[in-house]
Design a protein around this ligand. Sequence first.
Ligand SMILES: [Zn+2]
Length: 277
Amino acid sequence: MDDFSRCKICPAHSSIPAYVLRDVTIYVCPECGFHYAAHLDGPSPEEVPGEGVLTDRARNYMESRLLESREQNLSRLNLIKQYSPLTAAKCLDIGAGVGIFLDLLGRQGVVGRGIEPSAPRRAFAGEKYGISLNREPVEHSFWQEEFADSFDLATLWDVIEHVDFPRETLAAAWRLLRPGGMLFLDTPTREALDYRIGEFSYRLSGGRCPLFLETIYARVPYGHKQIFTAGQLVELLQSLGFEILRVNSRHEPPAPSFFQRLRPGKGIVVVARKPEN
Ligand SMILES: [Zn+2]
């Protein structure tokens, strides 16, 4: 049984259940104000035999989403270009998905490696881009023993909200960066309108009507486990030794309808550096 009263990002041990949703309860730390779901993925489901096969249905779905994510990935690439010449840079893409971003990096001369827990996504990346992704999480000895201080760049695109332990994931990424290496990250923000409306409606209805909170924290494999504010993310990164180069909100293409505009909403973008000794 996991102890969710222990905050995931600060030393406090007094978090309380604040939002009881259909699938999962959201804990809030009274010390740092962090919100996180009382749910962990734990070991990868593909350890169950027969799980994690790339079906035609999954392949078609991933293919159909590529075009949609292309624009966002190009803007991520442009962000990195402002900080790194890219050619011959070594990059670790943590949560590489179907490999689309590593493919873009490869075309710029980047030597990329990627981590992806989902076996069907790894299979798709191999088929589509000829990219071989690793399943070992960044904390795993595979990375920590062989690749310490070795990457120029690390990217976590829409990943930190999905991991079980964000502090440990970022600390592990820190160890793999060389001194002067840079971390690029984006994630949804708790300051977005959808989240605030969800909280407001939950309180107003005595918990009966959490609106967007239900979808933000849907309990699916690799679903959202925590949603940061920009301040919490910056503080966490600084406490791990990172120097913050940039924090701003994510640029997203205009959504076609009012409701789509409300969710998933704007996010946080952070560029941080591991200081040169
Ligand atoms: Zn806390």
